[in-house]
Design a protein around this ligand. Sequence first.
Ligand SMILES: Nc1ncnc2c1ncn2[C@@H]1O[C@H](COP(=O)(O)OP(=O)(O)OP(=O)(O)O)[C@@H](O)[C@H]1O
Ligand SMILES: [Mg+2]
Length: 264
Amino acid sequence: MALVVFNQKGGVGKSTITCNLAAISASQGLRTLVIDLDPQGNSSSYLLGASASEGQTGVGDFFDFCLSYSFKPLKATDFVIPTPFANLDLMAAHSELNELQTKLESRQKIYKLREALEQLSESYDRIYIDTPPALNFYTRSALIGASGCLIPFDCDEFSRKALYTLLDNVAEIKADHNPDLEVKGIVVNQFQPRANLPQRIVGELVAEGLPVLQPYLPSSVRIRESHEQSLPMVFLEPKHRLTLALIDLHAALFPVPKKAKKKA
Ligand SMILES: Nc1ncnc2c1ncn2[C@@H]1O[C@H](COP(=O)(O)OP(=O)(O)OP(=O)(O)O)[C@@H](O)[C@H]1O
Ligand SMILES: [Mg+2]
């Protein structure tokens, strides 16, 4: 299944959540892929660290291929590279995505990522897609191709206002292009339980019936070290409270089916 992590607002934790959930899937032995659709490439540098290099293939090459007149059939796995972590691969982003966007739009390549995801889902158990902070060609492509959408939320009043528009946008894409798209839920990030405002804002979202996921992810300075060392939390500090919250969130998203009761 492909899960897109999306919020038009910047800095809410999209890349952090994408990479950490993906690392947890991989650490549980699932074949996992991260697709980085953000020209900033934060997920790519988070996962690759020192093993990142200029010439590596990635999403830009994939979209370039889609723009070429080649009659070669698409092989989406050609654009994937391994990360230093077992079971975790990456389709990396580069800044060229910025330049490609207008061409991709004018040549109507919005369904190409969906085609790639259909192929990739044969090779991977979990696909996580990180998106830029905008509703643009790349985020639309991801929402059109994915089966689930996760919305990180940073407990801010502006974010709350933007949330309704965001949910409308997702609903429109679902109605027009992708009936399989399911809002898996809102991920409350950087939650400070002792502060009144975040508690109130999140409480109101829940009261309105919005799909707020549990548990809420606590704020922790360890995440900066995790980024700096290019080590997702599950590898940096498996017992940290943020890691444990991420593991619980992962379990809430992908519940293990209950085994059929054995007959006596
Ligand atoms: N749970 C957390 N605790 C503390 N800091 C966090 C947490 N989650 C994210 N951050 C910090 O918030 C900042 C933004 O995180 P991140 O880059 O994941 O957001 P983003 O939504 O991907 O941003 P952008 O929209 O620019 O792509 C980073 O500096 C990160 O270290
Ligand atoms: Mg990001």
